[in-house]
Design a protein. Structure first.
Length: 429
């Protein structure tokens, strides 16, 4: 089973996602620097926190509305408005106008649009994938994200300061392509429950209905265990990105690496490049190797390698050890990511799948917060203690994932038995 056999929506979304993320990463990682230069670091920090908070609200609204009105409908609305915002950012950074305020307003709108359409996009991928091809789908998506981040970051680093307007033009063109693909090629996969909910919404109110919908998600114990496990797993990498980068800048000094004198900041940059490069080079090989192999041993091995690799980076200052540990962490990540993603797809029921995707989307923001806290905690604790903390987070996540997986297998077995009994009764009748 290869990429050619996948649903058309999946192939279009993969291409569109790669193009959009590559161009987006030419700009958005550097917008923090831009806003700090224009508004000052303190003000920029507050503005970005406001943007994150609004994105969380939009994420919840998007998950609810996508289940109510359909995936494609909300994706089209969000992406069309996002195109308008990109055009506004382009105009605000053009040779004829330079407006940091307008740039920030449009920046916030793009974040709101992503919050609105993101859960619908994630839910659509689950709608048109199957348990048999989900590991392939999420492996390709994982490769695409990392490759686009690597390319976009390198290109943006060279051209953002001097060719910002031209980069915005490129992003606008890519967003226009995205909207056209949605209009002419993407099929609706969930018609929505709006018609059946109109009467209920009139009596109870849309806000109460939305809260009740998310109440069902938060009451789903298996899914919330999965979300907690995902938060702990992602936090390991985010804590490494925050804490280890700061630690190396202070403790690494200047060492010769392959004949080049590197300080801690440059060393951490090389580790980040190694991470992206290994993902790009190894994903196809690992995806083929994963086929027809039992999930549980691979999940355990992957999480242990991932956790051990990042835990050692939190402690060691030896260049070769750091490079080796990053390679181990990436290999582990390539093993567990597709398995974990396919678990998520099985846990989210079709009728309110976008709401489940919206709650799962909070994992990224939660991990970002925990990653920032690791810097503060690391200021009071020695590096070996932080390495133990990384390890405990990974082991706790593994325990939760195994519990969720075992419950999922039990549910599948019950469904199979129920279906078999129903078929037997029909045969007797």
């Amino acid at each position: 089973m290869g990429i050619r056999s996948l649903h058309r929506n999946l192939k279009i979304r993969m291409f569109d996602s790669f193009l959009s993320m590559m161009l987006g990463n030419m700009l958005f990682p550097f917008m923090t620097i831009y806003f700090a230069e224009q508004f000052g670091s303190k003000t920029a920090g507050l503005l970005l926190m406001l943007n994150i908070a609004l994105g969380v609200v939009a994420n919840f609204c998007g998950g609810y509305l996508a289940d109510l009105y359909g995936r494609r409908t909300l994706m089209l609305a969000g992406e069309s408005l996002r195109l308008t915002a990109f055009v506004g950012m382009m105009a605000a950074n053009s040779p004829w106008l330079n407006s940091p305020v307008l740039t920030f307003v449009m920046f916030v709108i793009t974040g709101l649009c992503w919050g609105l359409s993101g859960p619908a996009m994630d839910a659509m991928m689950v709608d048109v994938s199957t348990p048999e091809n989900r590991k392939l789908v999420y492996s390709v998506q994982y490769w695409s994200v990392n490759f686009s981040v690597m390319l976009g970051g390198v290109i943006g680093g060279f051209f953002f300061q001097s060719y910002r307007f031209e980069l915005f033009v490129a992003v606008c063109v890519a967003q226009m392509v995205s909207v056209l693909l949605l209009v002419f090629f993407i099929e609706e996969t969930h018609r929505g429950t709006h018609a059946s909910c109109v009467r209920k919404e009139k009596s109870s109110g849309a806000v109460r209905e939305m809260l009740g919908n998310y109440g069902k998600v938060f009451a789903d114990r298996r899914f919330m265990l999965y979300v907690l496990a995902s938060l702990l797993m992602m936090s390991v990498e985010f804590m490494n990105n925050s804490y280890t980068g700061v630690r190396l800048s202070r403790e690494f000094g200047v060492q010769s690496v392959f004949g080049l004198p590197l300080d801690g900041v440059k060393m951490f940059g090389m580790l980040s490049s190694e991470n992206s490069l290994f993902v790009v080079l190894l994903t196809a090989f690992v995806t083929v190797w994963l086929k027809k192999r039992r999930e549980q041993p691979l999940l355990i091995l992957g999480v242990l390698l991932y956790t051990a690799g990042y835990a050692m980076q939190a402690w060691s200052n030896q260049p070769l050890v750091l490079f080796l540990c990053m390679g181990v962490a990436v290999c582990g990540e390539l093993l567990w990511v597709p398995i974990k993603q396919s678990m998520m797809a099985d846990l989210a029921p079709e009728e309110n799948r976008s709401a489940y995707m919206a709650v799962n989307g909070l994992v990224f923001r939660g991990a970002s917060i925990l990653g920032s806290l690791a810097v503060t905690v690391g200021a009071f604790l020695p590096s070996w203690t932080m390495a133990i903390l990384f390890g405990l987070c990974g082991l706790a996540a593994l325990n939760l994932l195994l519990r969720v997986r075992n419950q999922r297998v039990s549910v599948r077995h019950e469904r199979t038995e129920t279906q078999t009994q129903a078929n037997a009764k029909e045969g007797l009748a």
